[in-house]
Design a protein around this ligand. Structure first.
Ligand code: SAM
Length: 324
């Protein structure tokens, strides 16, 4: 199905709003809006929604959260979801903490790709950002590589005054392990204090800074997944770095193919708009999928052309519930 001529075929599903980290920009300790609603949808709900989405033309699915690996029976959900007709690719976004035990079972269940958040390598900086230790995440990255996912990618959120010094070590780490690194601009999610003029660091500034050290060769045809990253190869080190300029790239939404399912069962057509359609009544209707189908169609029809982050957006739900 299309919105403004864009095919909408990618569903990101927040399978839980629980998380075992407390990232500064996502779910800070002092955040009061946290309700702890936990896993709002049953496995049956998730699979039914994915089946209806696949019938409507969705082909790519990503399980996220919160921290998706905290959900009991995630492996079973992955196994069933990847068997649904029309599901071409299922990926997982994780902080990596539980990958040492779960990477191999998730891969065996049919997950094809894994994105791992890694905002710093220096243990004290990592702890300052997330509240926890980096070593188990590094172990999780090794486990994901051993499990032979089709792609393993690292995600780093850019924060001035917090992790600029980490960027070069992260680039070196990713090239040593042959893993693409994606640098993501901070977005105003969860609460207003998350993004301030003082902590925002644009991808443009990082590109200029990297160019002083190495030639950056654009890779316009490189598609590593289904998102909006623009990739470059660093000429000397061979590192592949993707830039996700959600705030500064004025064409960021031009190719948006996504819809989100929140942990409490709402369809959210755009991360940067508050509108959501509640699927719970439609899920209670067990005789027919028609109400669910209609809500999907409505969400796609109502998907805005672009996010409103640059227009004084006032977030009112935690990112962990919406799903990153
Ligand atoms: N727990 C998983 C993880 O760490 O990847 C999945 C959920 S997390 C919300 C998904 C992604 O959203 C992470 O890469 C995280 O860094 C990113 N994210 C969360 N809040 C953000 C913000 N305010 N701006 C930019 N990215 C954000």
């Amino acid at each position: 199905m299309n919105s403004f001529g864009r095919p909408i075929d990618y569903l990101r599903i927040s399978v839980t709003d629980r998380c075992n980290e407390r990232c500064l920009y996502c779910r800070p300790h002092q955040y009061a809006g946290w309700q702890g609603t936990a896993d709002g949808l049953t496995d049956t709900d998730l699979l039914r929604i994915a089946r209806v989405a696949a019938e409507l033309g969705f082909r790519k699915f990503r399980l996220t959260g919160g921290e998706p690996l905290l959900r009991p029976n995630l492996t079973g959900v992955v196994r069933e979801m990847t068997r649904l007709a029309g599901v071409q690719c299922l990926g997982i976004s994780t902080n990596g903490l539980k990958l040492p035990g779960l990477a191999a079972p998730l891969r065996a269940a049919g997950a094809r790709t894994v994105n791992i958040s890694l905002d710093a390598l220096t243990p004290s900086v990592y702890r300052r950002i997330t509240g926890g230790p980096v070593e188990p995440v590094l172990e999780g990255i090794r486990a994901a590589l051993d499990a032979r996912f089709e792609f393993v990618k690292l995600n780093t959120v850019l924060m001035r005054g917090v992790n600029e010094e980490e960027l070069w070590p992260l680039i070196r780490f990713s090239s040593e392990h042959g893993i693409p690194l994606r640098l993501i601009e901070l977005m105003p999610l969860t609460s207003r204090d998350v993004l301030t003029p003082a902590n925002f660091l644009s991808v443009g500034e990082v590109i200029r800074w990297l160019r002083q050290r190495e030639e950056l060769v654009p890779q316009p045809d490189l598609r590593l997944g289904h998102g909006p990253a623009k990739y470059y190869r660093l000429a000397k080190s061979g590192a592949v770095v993707g830039f996700i300029g959600a705030m500064t790239n004025l064409h960021f939404c031009d190719t948006c193919n996504k819809m989100r399912l929140t942990a409490d069962g709402r369809l959210r057509p755009c991360l940067g708009h508050h509108d959501e359609l509640d699927l719970r009544d439609a899920l209670a209707e067990t005789e027919s999928d028609e109400p669910l189908r209609r809500l999907f169609e409505l969400a796609i029809t109502n998907k805005p052309w672009e996010h409103a982050f640059r227009e004084g957006f006032n977030p009112c739900r935690p990112m962990t519930a919406i799903g990153g």
